[in-house]
Structure formats: C-alpha cells, structure tokens
Design a protein around this ligand. Structure first.
Ligand code: 5GP
Length: 222
C-alpha cells in the first residue's frame, strides 16, 4: 500500500526551519521540493539546490503550462512549487516535504486535503526579533527590512490556527524530537487503517467460524 504523505511546513523567516529540516533528513527519507523563485540568490545559495532561480517570464510560462502545484507572491517576489516532482515522488511511495508560506500552503491543502500542515512558531516575537537582528549582522539587512520581516511574520503566525499541527522551535533538540513525533503520528493513522473494525470483518468471521468448527490455525506463542 502506498501511504506516502505530503507534508507542508511553514515558519516565519528566522525560525530555524532550515536547521530543523536538515536534522530531520538525517533520519527520514523524504523528497524535499525545490521551489522556483524570481528573487535573486543570496550569498551561498546554489541554483537548483536551494531554489530554481528563474526570471518572471519563465515563471509566467510555468503558470500558463499549469506547472505549479501552488504559487504565491511573497515580499514582492514570486515563489512556486513545481508540480511534477511532487506527484512523481508521492506516486513512488516517498514522502514529500514542502517548505512554503501560508498562502501557498492553503492552496495545496485545498487540492490535496490529505496533506499534513505543520506550522513552526518562534518562542516569542521578541526572540524572533533577536534572531533576525543577529542574522542581519552578516546579511546586512537594514532595521526597516527587519521591521518588514517582523510584520510579515506576525501575519503568517495569525494563520497558524488553521494548520493541523503547531510546534515551537526554542530548544533545537526538543524541536527535532517534536517534529519527528508529529511526522510519525501523521503517518500512523494510515497504518492503523488496516485494523479498523470494518476492514477486519473477514478476520472476525474467520475466528468465529474456526471456533464453531473447532479448527485451530493460530500461531499463538504461549
Ligand atoms: P526566502 O525568500 O526567505 O527563501 O523565502 C520566503 C518565504 O517563501 C518563506 O516563507 C518560504 O517558506 C516561502 N517559500 C519558499 N518556496 C516557496 C514556494 O514554492 N511557494 C510558496 N508559496 N512559498 C515559498
């Protein structure tokens, strides 16, 4: 049975989502979708690894060709999830993870209600601000840009109520453990389906019939 799941993870920038996903990849085998974006690469980012960096013309062409599972405009740039790799991996039985913002996340959920939505919260807005300020020391972001990020983060966090799961990334070790638990429990209901009473009717009949005929085919170990 193919019980591959589609996981959608959203978190405001500065929440440490990248580190968490990196830790998760050490233990779970999943396909991490590489998005397309019209924004310029940041220092250290690699084309086709972090994103497919494309121009607006190609982005629009992909929309016309129905090449995106979802797409959205975020902070003045376009972002989209290429549809084919997601569908191919799910069909092959491999879990897929999308790291996208809420507008896109809800588009995916509307198309695939079985997708599992997870929101990662910072411990507080103050701690998010501290993390963004720390990061600005190397990225060179201005205080105005940081204020804008904080406003966007607040708007994103307001949508966290609508996600399936919400966790906090304060302590990394605890956050990794929480994320693993969420992934395992999200996959479990599928596994438990085989044990639903309605799917076990034949086995119940079998046991009852065996009792009547006195035949004993069990393999119970005492
Ligand atoms: P950044 O530019 O900082 O890498 O990403 C900005 C935001 O865009 C993040 O919240 C990130 O999760 C989101 N994002 C990245 N790829 C996609 C995508 O394919 N679709 C959507 N809707 N959001 C994306």
């Amino acid at each position: 049975m193919n019980n591959a799941r589609l996981f959608i993870i959203s978190a405001p920038s500065g929440c440490g989502k990248g580190t968490l996903i990196g830790e998760l990849r050490k233990e779970f085998d999943f396909f991490l979708s590489v998005s397309c974006t019209t924004r310029a690469p940041r220092i250290g980012e690699v084309d086709k690894v972090n994103y497919n960096f494309i121009d607006e013309q190609l982005f629009n062409k992909m929309i016309e060709q129905d090449g995106f599972l979802e797409h959205a405009c975020f902070s003045g740039n376009h972002y989209g999830t290429p549809k084919a790799p997601v569908e191919e991996n799910l069909a092959a039985g491999r879990d897929v993870l999308l790291e996208i913002e809420p507008q896109g996340a809800f588009q995916v959920k509307a198309k695939r209600p079985d997708a599992v939505m997870l929101f990662i919260l910072p411990p507080s807005m103050a701690s998010l601000e501290r993390r963004l300020n720390r990061r600005a020391q190397t990225s060179g972001e201005t205080p105005e840009q940081i204020s804008k990020r904080l406003a966007t983060a607040r708007a994103d966090i307001e949508r966290a109520y609508e996600y399936d799961y919400v966790m906090i990334n304060g302590d990394l070790e605890k956050a990794v453990a929480d994320m693993k638990n969420i992934i395992i429990s999200a996959k479990e209901p599928e596994g438990a389906k085989a044990f639903l009473a309605e799917n076990m009717k034949e086995r119940i009949d079998e046991v009852l019939n065996n009792a009547q005929t006195g035949s004993d085919t069990d393999t119970e170990k005492q």
